[in-house]
Design a protein around this ligand. Structure first.
Ligand SMILES: [Zn+2]
Length: 141
């Protein structure tokens, strides 16, 4: 199982990434590029529309110390607040998308649970395949 990650800006897909067994990576460059492109179009970049999703192993819905550092860094890089969601799938069956998730904002150096930001099925499928399908291991970054 790998901790895959997904980044959306509102409903716009920005990037998907494959972490290692206990670490997620997001594609900062793509997000940064998207922000710059928006600014070139004289459109305002709103950090609260940035949504980071990351998959934990089944049963580990709670955030880690690494997650805390990660969201704090994301706030520094892209502004405040961004949304950070942790998602766990109920099993490893690729045909089944049953899952749990919790969404957070980082407020006063603490993780604050906010209402779950639901994720479209196509993104759930993508994350599930990346996290659980062996064929991608080592091929994607
Ligand atoms: Zn995590």
């Amino acid at each position: 199982m790998k901790e895959s990650g997904l980044v959306l800006y509102e409903d716009t897909f920005l990037s998907v990434s494959l972490g290692t067994s206990c670490n997620v990576e997001f594609d900062f460059f793509k997000i940064w590029q998207f922000k710059k492109d928006l600014e070139k179009l004289k459109e305002e970049f709103d950090p609260s529309l940035l949504r980071f999703y990351h998959v934990h192993p089944s049963g580990f819905l709670h955030y880690s110390e690494t997650d805390l550092n990660c969201i704090s860094g994301l706030n520094k890089a892209f502004g405040y607040p961004v949304h950070f969601s942790i998602l766990t799938f109920e099993n490893g069956d690729l045909d089944y998308l049953g899952c749990n998730y919790v969404s957070y904002q980082y407020i006063n150096k603490k993780m604050k649970e906010i209402g779950t930001i639901t994720l479209d099925k196509k993104y759930l499928s993508l994350l599930k395949i990346l996290s659980y399908e062996d064929i991608f291991y080592g091929d994607l970054k």
